[in-house]
Design a protein around this ligand. Structure first.
Ligand code: FAD
Length: 383
């Protein structure tokens, strides 16, 4: 019987496991993959604030992200060059491995190739039925953290419901002749309702990704042949496609179990960055678990604190992002073009400078939807 089993050795699972071990708890992390980071599909773009607020490995940083070029559907561009870098681009696989090594140094145990099939919760603890090399085993703990990423069936099995709305994220890595700025591409034929990106990483390499409601793989294949990329990329890696939640769990805990990270929908529905929100919520989860062990109580009276606090931090952000997404997805290519052309001429860049925060987007969205620019988002005023 260990104190806590964390299901999922992704960045959020390992980060939280370290926090719990620091509190003196006995922690076991289990993951279905053979090696940590086997299932990683991520550009590894993490705001600077994350490295200031959390103890994260710096030597996996590939570069700083500063200038951004936005391409309109018709091919015109708007450049945003902030005074300071916005984020770091990390090698996400190495990032997760480093977080795992750090957790192990702190005494966290790992069991890989261990698929959790089911959980049974009782007054005494949690019994996990796992599959290790095709063999059924049981693991017992006082409580369990689900850090499984999005889409695990266990979440529904223990009555936490499901996040019904989701999108697809596809990505490849490739060689690319000297590219400095991060490129964002908009257009209904490129990435319907969402966007595609090219993020330079190490020298002459980049991550090319795309989010769309459906068929992200199909759209990314098409995108790789567009005018900007054609003939300039080489050594393209195997494409990975993953599901990403559009919204969060209405209930993120039950007796003896809490869900954290993407499993709970703790992600930005604007850019689909999930690492920062995952760490913010992991810190809240650690405080809650500490309290639970102090008073030996693992039910709603303690765990509701976790849900109230994380929702205070990010739920309004998520709601605002979903509202903005509704406005954006109602626009056709001509409207997106007009808005980007207006953005070049008007003072919108100074508004972005004033309100943009890499991890919290509601101030900028509110500013855009309520300032003199609000008419940009209304059909009749755009011409
Ligand atoms: C194309 C793409 C690009 C992205 N780019 C960025 C970015 O630049 N910046 C950013 O912040 N976010 C980005 N994201 C999102 C980010 O990758 C996720 O939000 C983040 O990985 C969530 O971390 P996590 O630890 O919650 O889950 P994960 O990293 O998904 O880890 C979950 C772990 O749980 C394990 N697991 C699942 N089910 C079980 C089970 N039943 N038994 C045992 N183990 C199990 C899995 O094997 C996995 O290792 C991107 C996503 C995509 C798809």
């Amino acid at each position: 019987m260990v104190d806590v089993v964390v299901v999922g050795a992704g960045c959020v699972g390992s980060y939280l496991a370290t926090l719990l071990s620091d509190l003196g708890l006995e922690v076991l992390v289990v993951d279905k993959d053979i090696d940590v980071a086997d299932s990683v599909n991520c550009s590894g773009i993490i705001g600077l604030k994350s490295f200031e607020n959390f103890d994260l490995p710096k030597h996996v940083i590939q570069r700083k992200m500063q200038d951004i070029v936005v391409h309109s559907p018709s091919g015109s561009t708007v450049e945003y060059s902030p005074k300071r870098p916005l984020a770091y681009v990390v090698d996400r696989a190495s990032f997760d491995k480093e977080l795992c090594s750090k957790a192990q140094e702190k005494g966290v145990m790992y069991k890989m190739n261990c698929l959790v099939k089911d959980l049974v919760i009782s007054d005494l603890g949690v019994k996990l039925s796992v599959n290790v090399n095709g063999q059924r085993q049981n693991i017992h703990s006082k409580m369990c953290v689900l850090a499984t990423g999005f889409g695990s069936k266990i979440i529904g099995k223990i009555g936490l419901g499901e996040i019904k709305d989701f999108v697809q994220g596809a990505q490849v890595e490739a060689s690319f002749d000297s590219l400095e700025e991060t490129q964002i591409f908009l257009g209904r034929d490129i990435a319907p309702d969402f966007f595609a990106w090219i993020a330079p990483s190490v020298e002459n390499r980049c991550k090319i990704g795309l989010i769309s409601k459906n068929k992200a793989g199909h759209y990314l294949k098409k995108f790789l042949k567009n005018d900007f990329l054609n003939g300039r990329i080489d050594s393209v890696s195997k494409m990975k496609v993953s599901l990403l939640p559009m919204g969060s769990l209405s209930k993120s805990f039950s007796d003896r179990v809490i869900a954290v990270g993407e499993a709970a929908g703790q992600i930005k529905p604007t850019t689909f960055g999930g690492i920062y929100y995952g760490f913010v919520c992991a810190e809240i989860a650690a405080k809650t678990v500490q309290r639970a062990f102090e008073i030996d109580k693992f039910d709603e009276s303690v765990f509701s604190f976790y849900e109230i606090e994380w929702k205070k931090k990010i739920l309004n952000e998520q709601k605002m992002a979903l509202k903005f997404h509704k406005v954006f997805s109602a626009m056709n290519d001509e409207r997106i073009d007009s808005i980007l052309n207006l953005a070049k001429r008007n003072g919108v860049i100074s508004l972005v400078d004033k309100f943009f925060d890499f991890d919290f987007h509601s101030s900028l969205i509110t500013a855009l939807l309520s300032s003199t620019y609000k008419f940009w988002f209304k059909e009749e005023k755009i011409s």
